[in-house]
Design a protein around this ligand. Structure first.
Ligand code: HPA
Length: 279
């Protein structure tokens, strides 16, 4: 278990390198790290230089915290994240979110690569998370388990309004304005690292999931525990396979390739939200 001293130590290491305090944290998922190149001017801090910060071992996750200006805001952008399936604990994978709180941020914007379960979704589409199903969390892999530090947040966290309504509304306006395909849907997280079986995909669809991935929901829990505002996007990198008799197989390469289509759309949407950030 980490303590607030650990989060503060990491925050101080970051602040020592900066002249301006970031207000908004961002996590860029698989294949989406390029968005950080938009920040000007920017400071790049490798995860390995921040005490306690987990490094991602996955291809497509660059492993830097990039802090800089974007559309009039000062943002701290994570190029990649650590995952539960890499062997980290839920406390470790959510460590950066608690550091963002210790840095004095008010909002986190989370992104991920996800498989489309909703039959309308196409590769390259964006989905705004309006709700989630946190399967690992529901069965015990929940980052809020264990002793609760009341200085960080309350024991019992309500999640009926986890995804900030005014931020979602702004994102939808920006997407409509720029003709970007942006759905609103339910994201289901699984631990991974194996992709789902067709039977699992049919089950998740019946349960109301629109997209599936291996991250994000535990970050949302920790962010809401810390009263951070949350906005989250999935980039649909592949259409989840729901039949056993085809020739298709989901793979990480297609996830990374779809990032090429998704990054420009996501960049436009995020810049639009930052440019006219709702109070
Ligand atoms: N399943 C789980 N995680 C994913 C997928 C998927 O199909 N695509 C990208 N991340």
């Amino acid at each position: 278990m980490f303590t607030s001293d650990d989060f503060q130590r990491a925050a101080n290491t970051i602040l020592d390198r900066l002249t301006i305090q970031p207000q908004i944290g961002m996590v860029l998922g698989s294949g989406l790290g390029k968005l950080a190149d938009e920040l000007h001017p920017r400071t790049v801090i490798p995860y390995a230089e921040i005490p306690g910060w987990p490094a991602s071992t996955v291809h497509g996750h660059r492993g830097n915290l990039v802090i800089g200006g974007l559309e009039g805001q000062t943002v701290a952008v994570m190029q990649g994240r650590a995952h539960f399936y890499e062997g980290y604990s839920m406390q470790q994978v959510t460590f950066p979110i608690r550091v963002m709180k210790a840095l004095g941020m008010h909002t986190v914007i989370l992104t991920n690569a996800a498989g489309g379960i909703n039959k309308a979704y196409r590769v390259g589409d964006l989905m705004l998370l309006e709700d989630h199903i946190n399967l690992p969390g529901m069965v015990g892999a929940n980052p809020l388990m264990g002793p609760n530090d009341e200085t960080l947040g309350e024991r019992f966290v309500g999640l009926a309004q986890a995804y900030d309504r005014s931020l979602r509304k702004k994102a939808l306006q920006v997407a409509a304005w720029h003709d970007i395909p942006l759905y609103s849907g339910v994201y289901c997280s699984l631990s991974g690292p194996a992709f789902e079986t067709p039977a699992e995909i049919r089950m998740l669809r019946a349960w109301g999931a629109d997209a599936v991935g291996m991250s994000t929901t535990h970050e949302v829990l920790v962010a809401r525990h810390a009263s951070l505002r949350v906005l989250a996007f999935s980039g649909i990198t592949n259409c989840a396979i729901d039949q056993v008799d085809g020739d298709l197989e989901t793979n990480h390469q297609e996830v990374l390739e779809a990032g090429e289509i998704i990054v420009p759309r996501l960049t436009t949407a995020l810049k639009g939200v930052l440019n006219d950030f709702p109070p």
